[in-house]
Design a protein around this ligand. Structure first.
Ligand SMILES: Nc1ncnc2c1ncn2[C@@H]1O[C@H](COP(=O)(O)OP(=O)(O)OP(=O)(O)O)[C@@H](O)[C@H]1O
Length: 338
C-alpha cells in the first residue's frame, strides 16, 4: 500500500498466557478513516496501546508516521492524538479553560494558545458553549471537547476508542459527521475503534474485523460483501399479507431457480439470497401462487451481515451449547453445495 501512515507487522501481545493480539498485519493510508471493529475483548484497545507505545508488544512492530512506537514513543505521541472512550475534565473550569490547560501542557506558545483554543472550540461546534463549565456539559459535548483536546496539537493521526459511547443518536450522527469532515478537510488519518456496526459503516472508508485478537478481514463494505457473499450478493425480502402456509412447498420451488441460493422464512416474510438480481421473477412467482405482496425490499449486504458471517462458526458452537441465536430461530433453506 502506497503512503501507509500506520504499519503493523506481526504485532502480538500476551498478557500472561492470554494472547490478546495475535500476529496482526495492517496498513492504513494517510487520510483514511479506518474502523477497527470487534466485540468486547477482541484486542482493539491493546492494539491501540501498542500503537501509542503505551504497552510493549510481545512480538512484531507498530510503526506510526514512520516511527517505531516501542523504541520511539515520544515521536509517535507528537504526531498522534488519542481520545480514550471516556475523557475527564476539570468540572470547576469552563470548557475553554480546560482546553487552554491542555494546550499549555502540550507546549503551545502563549501568544497563540488563546486563538488556537477558540478556533478549536468553533471547529468542534462548541463555540457558543465555550464559557460554560464542563460540569454542565452533556456526554456528547464532552466528547467534542475531547476531540478539541486532541486536535489542538495538530496531529496527523487521531485514534478514537469507542468515541460515541453513551451519546444519544443525534449526537452520534453529528459527531461522526464531524470526524468525516475533519478527515476530509484536513487530511487527518482516523482510526476508530467500535463495536457499533452501524456507526462504523456510516463513517469509515475501510473496516477491519477483529475477533479473538485476530484481524479476520479488512476492506471497504462492498469488498467485504463481495468476498463473503459472492454467490449470494443480492438479498430480496418479500413481505406477504399472510404467513406462508405450513404445507406450502414454495421454498424448494424457489430453490430450483438457478440464481436462488438460500431462502429464509420468518412468518410472512421471505428472504431470498440470489447470485443475480431476479426480483421481478420472484414477484411473479408469488403472484402466480396467489399470494398478496405487501412489500418488496432489495438490499446489498451490510456490515451487520458481514460481521454475522464471521461469527458463523461461533454460532454453530453456541448452538451446540444450547444458546441458539436469533438467526437459528428462523427456518433456513439453503441449496446444497454441488
Ligand atoms: N492489562 C491487562 N492484563 C491482562 N489482561 C488484559 C489486560 N488488558 C486487556 N486484557 C485482556 O486482553 C483481551 C483484549 O482486551 P482489549 O481491552 O484489548 O479488548 P477490546 O477489543 O478493546 O475490548 P473492549 O471493546 O471491551 O474494550 C481481553 O481478554 C482482556 O481481558
Amino acid at each position: 500500500m502506497e503512503n501507509a501512515i500506520i504499519e503493523l507487522e506481526g504485532l502480538t501481545k500476551f498478557y500472561g498466557s492470554l494472547k490478546a493480539v495475535d500476529n496482526l498485519h495492517l496498513r492504513i493510508s494517510a487520510g483514511e478513516i479506518f474502523g477497527l471493529l470487534g466485540p468486547n475483548g477482541a484486542g482493539k484497545t491493546t492494539t491501540i496501546l501498542m500503537m501509542l507505545g503505551l504497552t510493549e508488544p510481545s512480538g512484531g512492530t507498530a510503526r506510526v508516521c514512520g516511527f517505531n512506537a516501542t523504541s520511539d514513543p515520544i515521536s509517535v505521541k507528537r504526531k498522534v492524538g488519542y481520545m480514550p472512550d471516556s475523557v475527564g475534565f476539570y468540572d470547576n473550569m469552563t470548557a475553554l479553560e480546560n482546553l487552554l490547560y491542555v494546550a499549555r501542557l502540550n507546549g503551545i506558545a502563549e501568544q497563540e494558545v488563546h486563538q488556537r483554543a477558540q478556533e478549536m472550540m468553533e471547529l468542534v461546534g462548541l463555540g457558543a458553549a465555550m464559557h460554560k463549565k464542563t460540569s454542565a456539559y452533556s456526554r456528547g459535548m464532552k466528547q467534542r471537547l475531547g476531540l478539541a483536546d486532541v486536535l489542538i496539537r495538530q496531529p496527523e493521526v487521531i485514534i478514537l476508542d469507542e468515541p460515541t459511547l453513551g451519546i444519544d443518536p443525534t449526537g452520534v450522527k453529528e459527531f461522526l459527521q464531524l470526524i468525516r469532515q475533519l478527515s476530509r478537510q484536513q487530511g487527518i488519518t482516523v482510526l476508530l475503534s467500535s463495536h457499533h456496526l452501524h456507526q462504523v459503516q456510516q463513517v469509515c472508508d475501510r473496516v477491519g474485523i477483529f475477533v479473538g485478537g485476530k484481524l479476520l478481514a479488512d476492506g471497504n463494505i462492498h469488498q467485504l460483501s463481495q468476498y463473503l457473499f459472492s454467490e449470494e450478493s443480492y438479498l430480496v425480502t418479500i413481505t406477504l399479507r399472510e404467513p406462508l402456509p405450513a404445507t406450502a412447498d414454495w421454498e424448494p420451488m424457489l430453490l430450483q431457480m438457478e440464481a436462488v441460493k438460500k431462502v429464509t422464512v420468518s412468518g410472512a416474510s421471505v428472504e431470498v439470497s440470489c447470485a443475480e438480481n431476479i426480483t421481478p421473477e420472484l414477484v411473479r412467482f408469488f403472484v402466480a401462487k396467489g399470494a398478496d405482496i405487501m412489500g418488496v425490499y432489495q438490499k446489498e449486504y451490510g456490515l451487520e451481515e458481514i460481521y454475522q458471517r464471521y461469527f458463523d462458526n461461533n454460532l454453530t458452537e453456541n448452538v451446540s451449547h444450547g444458546k441458539s441465536s436469533g438467526l437459528f430461530q428462523r427456518s433456513f433453506f439453503r441449496k446444497a453445495a454441488n
